[in-house]
Structures are given as structure tokens and as C-alpha cells.
Write a protein that binds this ligand. Structure first.
Ligand code: PEP
Ligand code: CO
Length: 462
């Protein structure tokens, strides 16, 4: 299956993925119950609209040409318990602050895409977990099962799909209401201040940027004699890994007066690195939807395979359709990325190149002192994240391509999950406020600092 050169000639339906190899799917004890949930979600209203999806595609086409910059970020995985106003607002605030810094440094418009309103599923390296001699299914994200180590919590339950859909709708409803109410209004960046902004070593730099943008806006408005409407509000788009195919299938619809099938569970789904194989059900599903899509690219993605993916997923060569999100790790990017770029260039496809400097830089450390001394903790070093990004800019510059975006795992909260950054967090500090159940995220200050360093780098090269 899936080995033909011309996949676009094969019929496709929202369910055609079922005859391919579907990795990382929950093993529901009652398959009929899962199909019944699928039918229920199929009848419910979509989470996003085709018009929004098309607007994002247009903006991504501009990013592919170097006219915009994509900022994609949020939690590694959302959790049902953290679907609350403070958590949602803090992710919006940090994305807004970062985009302000980026717009100032890059002089490009920023496309803001959250890893939210559906980022509830996680791919796992092992399908099982063993603790003290007992083995249970691995935790696959709240949309599948729960984190507690009991058989009841770990057994995949299809009603979680419905709860994930509902939580996504609640999240989006709140985001839309905030944006409509002027939350993203550039005239009021003070709305985005997080409590601890005043105490941050970066506060002064950030204030300077805010003041400079404020005075530019006042100047332009004085010239125009009116408020500039377009900068009053800007949009957030949603994204998640399109991992659980039943969930994506349930919201795959045709829309009046438009061609093709839209995945209306999110604006911008992506294919993870573990599920982009040749016979993959995920590739089969994604090839038939018309959304702009992300494809993760790792150090082991062979250049020929990458070209096959592009031919299969983007046979019409639409600019804005594909964003390649490369995630090699600071120590492997220099070896792997140049050949991947060359292969894509030769193939004639125009893509958005985005760098995820998180997933290739995850490591386990064992703090030597403090409450977690001797325990194994998953973390990422700020210096490695930055080193991968800097190499990405340079490799693209040398290849004559542009790095059009970044993909980060971050939170607006003051967590201690990644080490390094302006405040010099160390391994000993990790125990203070480590909240992620999955991958370690940049905290508020580390995320803002990353945006400042990217902006500086981009302004010095333009
Ligand atoms: C992720 O983005 O959370 C993820 C699992 O990434 P990848 O597929 O690149 O490992
Ligand atoms: Co992750």
C-alpha cells in the first residue's frame, strides 16, 4: 500500500486511511463504542471555518516567500484539567508579547498559531509502561486515557474524544471572545503583561520595544487622521498534531461553495515525525484534506522520502499548503538539513521552512543536589535550543532559502522545565515548578528571551 508514484490518482475519502497502517492509535476495548462517538462528533458543529483556514493558507504562502514569519507555540500537550481561563490567557499573552518583539525586529507580519484547542494527543515511543513490575498501556494524552497509573485510568476510553472536542470548543470560544473584546489590540499591550514581567531581567528591553511600537502607531495614526483598524486586532490560529485519526475523520467535512474536504477540527494540523512513513494512514488522511498542513522532519528523514511526502501531500504544488517543521537537534542539524533543503529545492515545491528547536534537544538529567537529587528528569537546555535555531538561520541563508517560522513548546507561566536562559535556571531548580506531564516547555521569560534573540538575529541579517 502507498508505494505508487501517483497517489493523487487513487480515490480518497475521510475514512480511506483505515486500509493503511495506523500507528499510535488507541486500542479501544469496545470498537463499537468508538464508532458511536465518531458518529456523535460528526454531527456536532465544526470548531473552525473554511474561510479562516483559507485566510491562514494565504498568510502561509506569504511566509513561504519571506514576507511573513510564523510563530507557532504552546504546550507540548494540553490537559483537560488546565482548560481554564488563566492558563489559556497566559499562552495568548506570551504569544502576543513574542509577536510584538518579532514584528519589531523582523519588520514582517507575524502569523500566530497556538498549539491549542485540540493538542490533546501524544505519540509514544513505547505502547506500554512498566512500574514496579506492573505493566499498563502508556499515557497517550487526555483525549485517549488518563495519566494515573491504574488500569481504569490507562484504558483508552472513546468518550475522551468527545470531551476533547468539547474542551477544544471551550478553549476556542474563550480565545475568540478575548480577541473580539480587544485583547490583542496593539494600542493596549499592557493587557498582555504577566504578573512577573516587572521583575524580569528582560523587562527593560521589552518596555523599550513596546514604547517604540506605541509611538510608531501614534505617529501613523496622526498622519492618517484616524485609528488604523487592521492593527487593532489580529488573529490566532489553532494547530495540533493530527494523531488520532478517528477524531480528525469525525470533523472532516465538505463545505458549501468550496471544493474539497476540510479538517474542521483545527486550522493547521501537522503530521508528527513518527507517523510520516511510506505506508502511513496519517499520510493517507492528510493527502485528502485541503487545510494547510505541517510535516515534521527529523534527522533520519531521508531526502528522497521527503520528496515523496511532498509529491503525495502537495501534488498541485500550492504555495502555503506545506510547512516543513524541522526538528533535528543542535548536534544533528548541520549534517541533516542541507541535503533535505537541496532535495526540496530540486523537487520544485515551495514550502514554508519552520524550525522546531525543542524535540531534537530533549535530554534526561540527574540533578546532583536539591529535592530531585539522583532522580531522572526530562529537560532541554536553552543554549541547545538557541544553537539549533541559529544554525537553522545560517543553513537556510547559505542554501538561498528562508527560515519562515519557529515552532516552540512554551507556557506563559513561571515553570522550571528547561534549564538556562537569562535567569540561569539550573538542574537543581527543576524541582521548583515542573508541571509538564510530557515535554519540558520554555517558561515565560525564556520564551520572551528567545523571541528577542530571534528578532535580533533577523534584524541584523536583513
Ligand atoms: C510534538 O510536537 O509534540 C512532537 C511529538 O513532535 P515530533 O513528532 O517532532 O517528535
Ligand atoms: Co512535545
Amino acid at each position: 500500500m502507498g508505494s505508487d508514484a501517483d497517489a493523487s490518482a487513487r480515490p480518497w475519502s475521510p475514512a480511506s486511511w483505515r486500509s493503511f497502517r495506523a500507528e499510535q492509535q488507541p486500542d479501544y476495548p469496545d470498537a463499537a463504542a468508538a464508532e458511536s462517538v465518531l458518529r456523535q462528533i460528526s454531527k456536532l458543529p465544526p470548531l473552525v471555518t473554511s474561510g479562516e483556514i483559507e485566510a491562514l493558507r494565504g498568510q502561509l504562502a506569504e511566509a513561504a516567500r519571506g514576507e511573513r514569519f510564523l510563530l507557532q507555540g504552546g504546550d507540548c500537550a494540553e490537559s483537560f484539567d488546565e482548560c481554564d481561563s488563566a492558563h489559556i490567557a497566559s499562552v495568548l499573552k506570551i504569544l502576543l508579547q513574542m509577536s510584538l518583539v518579532l514584528v519589531h525586529g523582523t519588520r514582517r507580519r507575524i502569523i500566530r498559531v497556538g498549539r491549542f484547542a485540540g493538542q490533546y494527543a501524544k505519540p509514544r515511543t513505547s505502547p506500554i509502561e512498566t512500574r514496579d513490575g506492573s505493566t499498563l498501556p502508556a499515557y497517550r494524552g487526555d483525549i485517549v486515557n488518563r495519566i494515573g497509573f491504574t488500569p481504569a485510568e490507562r484504558t483508552p476510553d472513546p468518550t475522551n474524544l468527545l470531551r476533547g472536542y468539547e474542551r477544544s470548543a471551550l478553549t476556542l470560544n474563550f480565545i475568540r471572545a478575548l480577541v473580539d473584546g480587544g485583547f490583542a489590540d496593539l494600542h493596549h499591550p499592557e493587557y498582555w503583561d504577566l504578573d512577573f514581567v516587572r521583575h524580569s531581567p528582560l523587562a527593560q528591553d521589552y518596555r523599550r520595544i513596546v514604547d517604540s511600537i506605541g509611538s510608531s502607531i501614534r505617529f501613523l495614526e496622526a498622519l492618517a487622521g484616524q485609528e488604523i483598524a487592521q492593527i487593532n486586532r489580529d488573529d490566532f490560529y489553532t494547530s495540533h498534531e493530527g494523531l488520532i485519526l478517528l477524531y480528525e475523520q469525525a470533523q472532516t467535512r465538505q463545505v458549501p461553495r468550496r471544493e474539497g474536504w476540510y479538517d474542521l477540527s483545527t486550522h493547521f494540523p501537522w503530521i508528527g515525525v513518527r507517523t510520516a512513513t511510506r505506508d502511513s494512514a496519517h499520510v493517507e488522511y492528510f493527502r485528502g484534506i485541503v487545510n494547510p498542513i505541517g510535516v515534521k522532519v527529523g534527522p533520519d528523514t531521508a531526502p528522497e522520502h521527503l520528496v515523496w511526502l511532498l509529491e503525495t501531500l502537495d501534488p498541485k504544488r500550492e504555495v502555503g499548503r506545506i510547512t516543513l517543521i524541522h526538528r533535528h537537534g543542535a548536534h544533528r542539524i548541520a549534517k541533516a538539513l542541507p541535503a533535505q533543503i537541496e532535495a526540496v529545492k530540486r523537487s520544485g515545491h515551495t514550502v514554508v521552512w519552520s524550525c522546531d528547536p525543542m524535540h531534537g534537544n530533549t535530554e534526561s538529567v540527574v540533578p546532583s543536589e536539591g529535592p530531585w537529587a539522583g532522580k531522572t528528569v526530562k529537560t532541554r537546555k536553552f543554549a541547545h535550543i538557541l544553537a539549533e535555531l541559529e544554525q537553522a538561520f545560517e543553513i537556510h541563508r547559505q542554501a538561498g532559502t528562508v527560515l519562515g517560522g519557529v515552532h516552540l513548546e512554551l507556557t506563559g507561566e513561571n515553570v522550571t522545565e528547561c534549564v538556562g536562559g537569562a535567569r540561569g535556571l539550573s538542574e537543581v531548580d527543576l524541582s521548583r515548578s515542573y508541571r509538564s506531564q510530557v515535554d519540558p516547555r520554555l517558561n515565560y521569560e525564556q520564551a520572551l528571551e528567545m523571541a528577542m534573540l530571534i528578532a535580533r538575529r533577523m534584524s541584523s541579517r536583513d
